[in-house]
Design a binder for this molecule. Structure first.
Ligand SMILES: [Zn+2]
Length: 122
């Protein structure tokens, strides 16, 4: 579910992804304006959700290792998307995650190994 808001009259509506996929962006029921998608959650709401889920996991006897599998699955699907995105996408991801300097150092290592392998092949 995401929240949409009418920019003209301030009317808000909760709309599911299925509804959106079938019908596109909603129109305000009050004044016929196209409604605007609101940001998913503020940082404070986000922290509150994480706290609530952590409490729930804790109360129900889940530990960090019980969540491992979910994290691995998500990370693997992110990695697959990045790798399918080609060189630019891969390097953007590495610079975001590792910082520019370290990403370049890693890249330099790959380049050196490649040069070494070519020399061995000659
Ligand atoms: Zn409206």
């Amino acid at each position: 579910m995401r929240t949409w808001k009418c920019p003209a009259c301030g009317q808000t509506e909760e709309i599911s992804y299925d509804w959106l996929a079938a019908r596109g962006g909603p129109v305000c029921g009050q004044c016929d304006h196209d409604m605007e998608l609101q940001p998913e959650a503020t940082a404070i709401e986000y922290a509150a959700v994480v706290d609530r889920l952590a409490d729930k996991a804790d109360d129900n006897g889940l530990e960090a290792e019980d969540i491992d599998e979910l994290v691995h699955e998500l990370a693997a699907s992110v990695a697959a998307d990045v790798n399918n995105g080609g060189l630019d996408e891969q390097l953007r991801y590495l610079v975001d995650g590792l910082g520019a300097q370290y990403a370049e150092r890693q890249l330099n290592e790959l380049i050196e190994n490649r040069v070494d392998r070519r020399r061995e092949g000659e």
